[in-house]
Design a protein around this ligand. Sequence first.
Ligand code: CP3
Length: 633
Amino acid sequence: MSQPDRRPVLLIRPDGNERDARALDDHGIASATDPYLVTRPCDDPMPAHRFVGLLAAAGPQTALIITSPRTWGHLESVAGRGPLERALSSALDQRIRVLVTGRGTRGALPGPLAERAETAPNAEALVELLNGTVLPRLRALPVPAVDPVALLPGSAIARAELPEGLRAGGWRVLRLPVYTTVARPEPPASVGPLARGAYSAVLLRSSSAARALAGFAGPDGVPAGTLVLGAGPTTSATARALGLDVVECTATDPTALAVEVAAALGAPGPSGGAADELGPEHPSRRADIAGSAFLRAARGERPERTPVWFMRQAGRSLPEYRAAREGTTMLESCLTPALAAELTLQPVRRYGVDAAILYSDIMAPLGLAGVGVDIVPGVGPVLDRPVRTEADVDALPALTDEALEPIREAVRLAVAELGATPLIGFAGAPYTVASYLVEGGPSRGHERTRALMHERPEVFARLLDRVAELDIAFLRAQVLAGASAVQLFDSWVGELAEDDYLAHVQPASGRVLRAIGRLGVPRIHFGTGTAALLRAMRDAGADVMGVARDLTLSRADELLGGATPLQGNLDPALLSGPLADLDAALARILEEGRRAPAHIVNLAHGVPKDADPQVLARIVDAVHAGPHRKEGH
Ligand code: CP3
């Protein structure tokens, strides 16, 4: 068989790309995510209001059918949360039936509704369930002869099979279009790399995706060497009509679809992952840790108090750190479990921050794998030998499970002392770690790294893939040993343009983030100077986006469509200035954070070494005191 195509598959759905990306991961197929579509509420608000009225008046003869995770959110935004909740609670009291398709859809519903919902894998199964089982039972009820009603709120451009199938079975079907899917207002950054052949394929999952691709890429925008894959006959027919040369796939479920994509690309069979690796004893499953302010905010909830921690909270600004570190090198201290655990705990004891971060370094996994690296005080990581050629990349050692034992032990020791405070595990993202490897040490503009990216993209991709493998091993070890969240630091990625990020970096970062997403812990992603990349970094698979100082939290929230919890972003420079300025900046950040889906307070970058611990303590206390509340409550 010929060499499999290693270029990433481009995913362009408005959301929900992560499930496809994970299924492709199982076949070793890289992917990049750049939505070409957005969903928004329909211009006409009447169907949403009508839905609320119908729900409020519904009885046992009513079936509520929800087929997309987007539906409920759009209903809330048009009809208002209060009226919708009241109508729902009366409908549930009246014992309406609730049916949903897909696990993702159920997960997006409010608790009481999700609890009541019966789940079908797809539209055909839903029709069968409603016509074959539900309808005969309703007909047998001793109620006046009213037609059973199917309420079907959803997309204005939904396909007609479901309502037609239900009508044929005898339901009165009320379709209520509440949202629609349209091409993104501005051209996506991946259009350039796509035209230059950076992707092995584009996956189309809907007719609107086909139209968006044809619109943005133009008639010659997809080169001959890039496949256009259509999921299902309708999407493929639309794409064909638009002049795209489509490979039609029959499956629409991500797992089955990935098998067909793999076959089209000549990739090997699936490797598959184990389910629920953490088990019920994992710290993140304990009520006190799961219910902590930090983890609640990371899941997008609004805990009573806003959580706060600091990047590089363990370190030279603390006298107890300097004392404990005396006589050991940085990397030695990371690999001495009792010391690493102690340094992890110090800032939690001193400040009462809402999360600990493991004391380690982004270069630690390289050291553990046997790469010659030192962390030189006042300089940073320095490599014995830079990695610049294909042979250098191939010579990089892998990380064995055994080598990770000191990390696991440090995590276990720290978690045993942390009580209800969650521990964050971390790693340096493939680009940032690769920049140290290629440059051989800290560097201003990372010119050699970007030269490798442009001149030898296949070597660069291989390098990032190798780092991604180290990252996955390092992060998995931390989580399996007891960390309840992770942060992936891509400190220097902000120097890239969005199209280069999408073509050369996001596939590797996405692989790392998804591998940890499988474990079920929240993933924070952070870089500096990332205004142009924030959305693409989130789409790599982050649950929380760290914001540096090039953006206000409000602007970051806007860039992310109001959909992602934020972390940040007090400028570390304020720590040494007048306290009044610091207090004012903090008040503004808290205020902006309240308008985001959720907020974790942090600095915009690491704690500087000359920071005054008392100033950090003041920030923690101010955040925990909360806003001055008016009118009781
Ligand atoms: O946040 C924490 O408290 C956890 C520990 C942590 C360290 N490094 C400990 C450390 C974390 C999360 C890191 C991440 C890290 N390391 C990053 C990404 C975050 C960022 O700042 O953008 C990067 C780029 C590195 C690489 C690195 N390691 C640098 C640039 C330096 C500073 C070198 C210097 O002396 O100026 C280090 C050393 C390092 N890592 C120290 C600590 C506490 C200082 C070492 C010492 O005290 O001698």
